[in-house]
Design a protein. Structure first.
Lengths: 413, 101
């Protein structure tokens, strides 16, 4: 059914007790043309684009826990394409453009709000670097605008311009902003399921049967499934799933924390990022101040991080925005980020013929969900990397052709 | 905040240390003869286990010595600290037993 004003009215008349399920709770079948492992944004988007753009509907998405319970539900919702390298710019811009029409395309309000990504800097040297970065973004055909100190004060009246390292200026990507992460997951799930994709939750992959350089069967907690092709979209468990297939990855998994304050009335209408005073912040549509910062710098699968990093993040927030100092912190959590050495994703083929992988998204995978799904689906269908992800193949670690976006990720790693 | 048992200074707060990545990585002995794949394995490929991880730490704001830890990456429990250049006595987690080649 289509969501609309009429459907809302119709269901109001029956007390909203008869809304149908947003997606089928499918029983896993014995075989599929494509098995997507991982029911987060990337897995669900891949399944959706397989069904709707590649004509491949005999697809299952297997999720160990509940749909969107991993990093897709743990990020700070920042949606942008202000990366440095042309390869990155092209990819993330494809994603941003999909976001711009996603609510209409998926008949689900993903609450994309292009309220601007404001990157501020705190020294003369950083300002020179930011000019270079802002110009690189424009060379990539993407919007950016250099801002003065005064511009920033006008956009963020509560900012402490003369903080520990006084603000010199910055730049803005006006078309960037935030969107609702849960809605993106659910929107892709709903449309994929409607198109025939089986979404199977509480289904943990425990191993693979491989022969002749191919995955033949996916072993799961809900039975064995024969698969024509398999895709790993398991941020936070890429190394473990790859290990089951006999592969090692150039990946390190670390915790990235996020937190929200109690909700308050609208006071902050943009996304602010500072690399030097290490924090990024926005206000959700529920009124919570959403805060993120640096990673916990050691291998961890604990999904919580440690208090000293949390302290560093809060300190940075209050240094820049002391007005928030009396807000109560409501909730804190972490995701598990799969970091590649060059902080760029790894999407495409693996040494196994019919095994595809989407990993290395690090701390920036949420904004990539639409493009990640679209390009991986095309790659699976054609058995060739989509042009936009050609620079992000696994073999770049042997050829040395890294795409070093570490500096352009928004916050230092 | 991890509480880390420096073999030289005793247990100190994590803030005093710098993480140094996976332990026991061996640089190819004959660099001129190493293939691109061997170099990639040494430079980039990692075990990244969900379980006991053998890793290096530097006590930056203390004795400034490097040492190894065997630490669980899920519970953060530190099983053992052992000197640089030696092997752990703790048993490796499944999938961690193979050497780096």
């Amino acid at each position: 059914m289509r969501y609309s004003g009429f459907s809302l009215l119709r269901h109001a008349l029956t007390g909203h007790r008869r809304w149908p399920r947003a997606w089928r709770d499918a029983e896993p079948r014995k075989s599929y043309d494509v098995v997507v492992i991982g029911g987060g944004g990337h897995g669900l988007a891949t399944a959706y684009y397989l069904a709707t753009r590649q004509g491949i509907r005999n697809v299952a998405v297997l999720e160990k826990g509940y749909l969107g319970g991993g990093n897709s539900g743990r990020n700070t919702q920042v949606t942008r394409s202000n990366y440095f390298y042309p390869e990155s710019g092209a990819f993330y811009e494809h994603s941003l453009k999909l976001f711009e029409n996603l609510s209409q395309d998926l008949d689900f309000n993903v609450m994309f709000s292009p309220r601007g990504i404001l990157a501020i800097c705190n020294s003369r040297h950083e300002m020179e670097t930011y000019r270079r970065w802002a110009n690189a973004i424009r060379m990539n055909g993407i919007d950016s605008e250099i801002l003065s100190r005064e511009d920033i004060r006008r956009r963020v009246p509560h900012i402490n311009l003369d903080c520990r390292f006084p603000i010199w200026g910055g730049f803005v990507q006006s078309r960037g902003g935030v969107s609702r992460h849960d809605a993106v997951n659910w929107a892709y799930a709903r449309k994929a399921s409607a198109a025939g994709v089986d979404i199977v939750q509480n289904c943990e992959v425990t191993g693979f049967e491989t022969s002749d350089s191919r995955v033949q069967t996916v072993l799961t907690s809900r039975g064995n499934i024969a698969a024509g092709k398999v895709a790993l979209c398991v941020a936070g468990h890429s190394s473990q799933l790859a290990d089951m297939a006999g592969l090692r990855l150039p990946i390190t998994s670390v915790a990235l924390q996020a937190m929200v304050t109690e909700p308050v009335r609208p006071i902050f209408n943009t996304v602010l990022m500072s690399a030097h005073i290490h924090v990024y912040v926005s206000q959700s549509d529920r009124g919570e101040i959403v805060v993120g910062g640096g990673i916990d710098p050691f291998n961890s699968y604990a999904q919580r991080g440690t208090l000293n990093t949390a302290r560093d993040n809060y300190s940075a927030l209050l240094e820049l925005l002391p007005i928030f100092s009396r807000l109560r912190l409501m909730r804190q959590w972490a995701g598990v980020c799969d970091m590649a050495y060059d902080v760029s994703p790894i999407v495409g083929k693996t040494p196994l013929e019919n095994l595809y992988i989407s990993t290395g998204w690090g701390t920036g995978g949420y904004k990539a969900i639409p493009a990640g799904g679209d390009t991986l689906a095309a790659t699976i269908a054609n058995d060739q990397p989509h042009p936009l992800i050609q620079p992000f193949q696994l073999d770049r670690f042997e050829t040395g052709r890294l795409v070093d976006e570490g500096a352009a990720s928004g916050v230092a790693h | 905040m991890l509480r880390i048992p420096c073999p030289y200074c005793g247990t100190r707060d994590q803030d005093e240390f710098k993480f140094g990545g996976e332990s026991h990585l061996e640089r190819p002995a004959q660099p001129e003869q190493a293939s691109d794949a061997e170099w990639a394995r040494y430079l980039f490929y990692r075990k990244n286990p969900k379980g006991i991880h053998h890793e290096r730490w530097l006590h930056s704001f203390g004795c400034r010595q490097w040492f190894n830890l065997a630490r669980d990456t899920v519970t953060h429990e530190i099983v053992e600290a052992y000197p640089m250049g030696s092997q752990p006595s703790s048993r490796p987690a499944p999938g961690e037993g193979d050497s780096n080649d």
